[in-house]
Design a protein around this ligand. Structure first.
Ligand SMILES: O=C(O)CCC(=O)C(=O)O
Length: 278
């Protein structure tokens, strides 16, 4: 399949894993950027061992969804780093945090949460609806990025799609229910506008990926992904990082995104959300 949308900007890291300044410029302008070949066989194998452990009970926040219309299931786990040693190793010992830190250009980098997502072969209904990550978070500030690593080769058919520049106006949209976008999300902020329909979205960016490539996007960037109708697994491991301007705002949210110690208007760093670079 050729790209049905516009091609997203892609860059390679320097030999010292540095990020080209053009990649940071693309992220700031488009709201998303692709970094090629960020993780090689060693870190990908570590993540695979982590997946095995997460799926075999280590992750306490794991959902496995199998719809009657699909042959394959859809699994996702949030915030498992404290329980899964291999995820911890990747987050704290690889160059992952350095990439997040460079992209955010922040003085301080805080780990928000990790997210594992596996769309097994023939899980066509496991589509990710158009949404904005930030509308699920009890956070003010714009220094939030999602660094999402492909664990399999991902062709255009099942690749993520982004609304180019949708982060720029700083408009927060109403959170969407992932299980059924026609239902109201339980923590939705009803005063916020609905995500624009596809016909109003302007340029859509996408790219195909090899295992080890990374997509990084801003938490205000509107994006979606199709289900997996192919005969190959489509898995990803992502980490959401916070930079300098992020503070807790007290909005209702899932437990994953909050901690009892948080105070409105203050930074959220604590044992659950540790500072990893400063
Ligand atoms: O990979 C996907 O299908 C969706 C990922 C996503 O939208 C997210 O992590 O916010």
């Amino acid at each position: 399949m050729s790209n049905p949308f516009a091609e997203l900007d892609s860059y390679s890291l320097g030999s010292d894993n540095s990020i080209p300044s053009e990649a940071i410029a693309s992220l700031n302008t488009d709201g998303v950027v692709c970094l090629r070949n960020v993780f090689g066989p060693y870190w990908l194998a570590t993540l695979e061992r982590g997946i095995e452990s997460a799926l075999n009970g280590a992750s306490t926040d794991l959902d496995i969804v199998k719809r009657d219309t699909d042959k394959g299931s859809f699994s996702f786990s949030s915030g498992a780093w404290a329980q899964v040693e291999e995820f911890r190793k990747v987050i704290f010992e690889s160059h992952f945090a350095d990439i997040g830190w460079s992209l955010l250009q922040s003085r301080r980098l805080t780990l928000f949460y990790d997210f594992l997502l596996i769309k097994q072969p023939f899980s066509s209904s496991a589509a990710t609806p158009w949404h904005q990550d930030h509308s699920y978070y009890p956070l003010d500030g714009v220094d939030v990025i999602n660094c999402w690593v492909a664990l399999d080769d991902i062709p255009y058919e099942s690749a993520l799609r982004f609304q180019k520049g949708s982060h720029l106006e700083g408009q927060l949209y109403r959170a969407v229910d992932f299980e059924n976008p026609n239902n109201a999300y339980r923590h939705a902020r009803e005063h916020l506008p609905l995500i624009p329909g596809e016909s109003e979205q302007g340029t859509i960016l996408t790219t195909e990926l090899k295992a080890g490539d990374m997509l990084a996007w801003k938490s205000y960037t509107v994006h979606s992904a199709p289900g997996n109708s192919l005969d190959q697994r489509r898995a990803a491991f992502s980490v959401n990082w916070l930079g300098d301007d992020v503070v807790f705002n007290g909005a209702a949210s899932l437990e994953t995104y909050r901690h009892e110690s948080q105070v409105i208007g203050q930074r959220i760093a604590c044992d659950k959300f540790p500072i990893v670079r400063e």
